[in-house]
Design a protein around this ligand. Structure first.
Ligand SMILES: Nc1ncnc2c1ncn2[C@@H]1O[C@H](COP(=O)(O)OP(=O)(O)O)[C@@H](O)[C@H]1O
Ligand SMILES: [Mg+2]
Length: 275
């Protein structure tokens, strides 16, 4: 099937240092594509290239066959690119529902119209849609509470809901499960599996291999800004170069044991803890 997203020969350098190096990635329409790799591999940088924070030094990014490199940061959302951030970016003094509705500004046209008193019929439709998304993400009981003080897991889900109400064609989730405990992770993966619209193409940065295997149909692994493996999630997570990238060749626990004795889950967990 035709790719929705095509990164073609993308290179990004900062002061002569190459952060992304001649990278090719294709993501087909409707795919849930995992993007994995150790800290500093360039995953968030790719999100920043896609959302227009950075411009590639070389190469081309195509969205549905259209080059987007010249589209400025504030217009990328109009292309249907939505994202969440590795570190939470919520308006803590607004309610959960208001935070979610901020994600509708591309569709509604102005922030003030979204946040005007919720009485008119026109406003009610947007509110209802935001409520629906809140519900699918398990936030129904929290909608009237201030974002401030809510648990980290709930705040992460608000971010995802805010991105989803913008009806993105391409949704970028940057470490949605980071900082969550294991039951929160399980809950999130279940919620995402059922709430992500089928026609939304999703690129997910995540260290948790269980998460990637459950949610993704395709995975790309990076190290030092280069692609080191690509394919189905299980084989990419178990690929020797990927295991080595996460553990390091000289890791003592790894050196003294036969390779299969240390599971990939453990490897990724170690990396998470060190971050
Ligand atoms: N604005 C910048 N200036 C210089 N180096 C940067 C900049 N943004 C990212 N980098 C570097 O790019 C590399 C990849 O970073 P990042 O994409 O955040 O990694 P991760 O895979 O952990 O998300 C890191 O070495 C980081 O220091
Ligand atoms: Mg990152």
């Amino acid at each position: 099937m035709k790719p929705l997203l095509f990164l073609h020969g993308i290179t990004l350098t900062f002061g002569g240092l190459s952060v992304i190096d001649n990278l090719d990635i294709q993501v087909r329409k409707g795919s849930r594509c995992g993007l994995i790799g150790p800290n500093g591999a360039g995953k968030t940088t790719i999100f920043n290239l896609l959302s227009g924070v950075y411009r590639a030094t070389a190469g081309e990014i195509l969205l549905d066959d259209e080059p987007i490199d010249d589209v400025p940061l504030d217009r990328r959302i109009d292309l249907g690119i939505g994202r969440t951030f590795q570190n939470l970016r919520l308006m803590k003094h607004l309610t959960v529902l208001e935070n979610i509705m901020l994600g509708q500004h591309r569709l509604v046209g102005s922030w003030a119209r979204i946040l005007a008193p919720l009485g008119g019929r026109w406003n009610r439709a947007w509110r209802d849609e935001a409520m629906e998304v809140a519900e699918t993400l398990g936030l129904r009981d929290d909608v009237d509470r201030l974002a401030q003080g809510l648990s980290y897991g709930v705040q992460k889900r608000i971010e995802i809901a805010r991105a989803l109400v913008g009806r993105p064609r391409l949704l970028l989730l940057d470490e949605p499960a980071a900082g969550l405990n294991s039951s929160e992770r399980e809950e999130l993966v279940t919620v995402l599996a059922s709430s992500l619209p089928r026609d939304t193409t999703v690129l997910i940065v995540e260290h948790d291999t269980g998460f990637v295997r459950t949610l993704c149909d395709h995975t790309v692994a990076l190290n030092f800004g280069r692609k080191i493996a690509e394919g189905d999630p299980a084989s990419v997570c178990g690929h020797p170069l990927v295991v080595e990238a996460y553990l390091g060749k000289d890791e003592p626990i790894y050196r003294n044991r036969p390779q299969p004795a240390l599971s990939n889950e453990a490897a990724f967990q170690r990396n998470d803890n060190a971050a």
